[in-house]
Ligand binder design. Structure first.
Ligand code: IPM
Ligand code: MG
Length: 419
């Protein structure tokens, strides 16, 4: 059902509209609010969504005009720059890559009404690798939980079985001063966090919010890991450690949570297959403390979905800015999705000031891990280093004596530095 735009509705018009809406709600119909996303439009829409909720509406969608169809986070800005870098390296190294573009998260909700539409599903099924911006934003916070942008991200991770999330935290020497820690604690830092991505409390059933007999509501989730889930992420982490400094720290909460007692047991068991790797265990609270106390003690860390989410944000900050950190999410064959570790930062979106380097470095990871094009990946990483050497910085990594540049200028500089 569509209601015509009523600029100054009369009492009668409003009351007809409300009756119609009430009827839709009773029939559990999906209600679509079409509005502009300027300040007034947003306020009016949020009020309308709230009112409809109070009236008992379960499904309320919000559609904005075409000019906003790319979403309301910084995703389009950073992905544009990454795409320009990818185009240049494609040409330079004659990689023969072909691209298609799909929507995920809020932009998809605006177009299709759901965060992960079949159109995007079909494109991702065909792709050898996926590059993703960032999802989420206040515009969609009022939506029913099951169709919020984040659900799209969780769905694509889960459906493509991207269980292995690699989150490197590397401090570029040029940025040691940008870290909130003393430069000597972070200079030369090179940690790899291997986060299990398709299990644990993020996906465990049962989950929900229920009403107890006394009328009080209770939220609940389930934290569980099967042996095979632990084994496959464990093997992955040991393999990564073999390619690095051969030290693996498994992070759990085995003093409290049974799911992680099993986690620890399985890690110990598979460690016998990798005698060269030194395995240690650490409780997650201690791991958080050690990360900010003496982060260089770590080489590879492996942990479950939720702990990995939290620890990787903390590790990111050690490097100066979360705006620098790429990530890879891989399936068992190495097919993967690549995304920056940071979120959609709606507070700075659209201003052209976001740091595109995490997404650009995600492109490098994509070339290396899924497409077997390590030489091209090296070129991108080298170009980023050159740009930092030249003193170009976005606001988040700005330091003394450097030149602050926009998202676009940073992208230009990396494209220019590709050799
Ligand atoms: C991340 C993000 C996501 C997560 C959110 C957006 C669902 O924080 O990739 O770290 O929690 O996994
Ligand atoms: Mg996170």
């Amino acid at each position: 059902m569509a209601l015509p735009g009523l600029l100054k509705p009369s009492f009668d018009q409003l009351s007809i509209a409300l009756d119609l809406l009430q009827k839709c709600i009773e029939e559990d119909r999906r209600i679509l609010i079409v509005g502009d996303f300027d300040a007034d439009g947003a306020t009016a829409s949020v009020v309308a969504i709230k009112a409809l909720r109070l009236m008992g509406a379960k499904y309320v969608d919000f559609l904005v005009p075409n000019r906003f169809k790319h979403g309301y986070g910084l995703s389009p800005e950073i992905v544009n720059e990454a795409r320009r870098v990818l185009d240049r390296v494609n040409e330079l190294c004659d990689l023969g890559l072909n691209f298609s573009e799909g929507l995920l998260g809020g932009a998809s909700i605006d177009k299709y009404g759901v965060p992960y539409a079949d159109e995007t599903r079909a494109l991702s099924a065909q792709a050898d690798a996926i590059l993703l911006g960032a999802v989420g934003g206040p515009k969609w916070d009022q939506l029913e939980r099951s169709i919020r942008p984040e659900r799209g991200l969780l769905a694509i991770r889960s459906e493509l079985d991207l269980f292995s999330n690699l989150r490197p935290a590397i401090t570029y020497p040029q940025l040691a001063d940008a870290s909130s820690l003393k430069p000597e604690l972070v200079a030369g830092l090179d940690i790899l966090i291997v986060r299990e991505l398709t299990g644990g409390i993020y996906f465990g059933e049962p989950r929900g919010i229920r009403t107890l007999e006394n009328g009080e509501r209770e939220g609940y989730n389930t934290y569980k890991y099967s042996e095979s889930e632990i084994e496959r992420i464990g093997r992955n982490a040991f393999e990564m450690a073999m390619k690095r400094d051969k030290r693996l720290c498994s992070v759990d909460k085995a003093n409290v949570l049974e799911a992680t007692v099993l986690w620890r047991e399985v890690m110990d068991r598979i460690s016998s297959e990798y005698p060269e790797v030194e395995l240690s265990h650490m409780y997650v609270d201690n791991a958080a403390m050690q990360l900010v106390r003496a982060p260089k003690q770590f080489d590879v860390m492996v942990t479950g979905n939720m702990f990995g989410d939290i620890l990787s944000d903390a590790a990111a900050m050690l490097t100066g800015s979360i705006g620098m950190l790429p990530s890879a999410s891989l399936d068992k064959n190495g097919r993967g999705m690549y995304e920056p570790c940071h979120g959609s930062a709606p507070d700075i979106a659209g201003q052209g000031i976001a740091n595109p380097l995490a997404t650009i470095l995600s492109v490098a990871m994509m070339l290396r891990y899924s497409l077997d094009m390590a030489a091209a990946a090296d070129k991108i990483e080298a170009a980023v280093s050159v740009v930092l050497d030249r003193g170009l910085r976005t606001g988040d990594i700005m330091g003394e004596g450097c030149r602050q540049v926009s998202t676009r200028e940073m992208g230009d500089a990396v494209v220019d530095a590709l050799r």
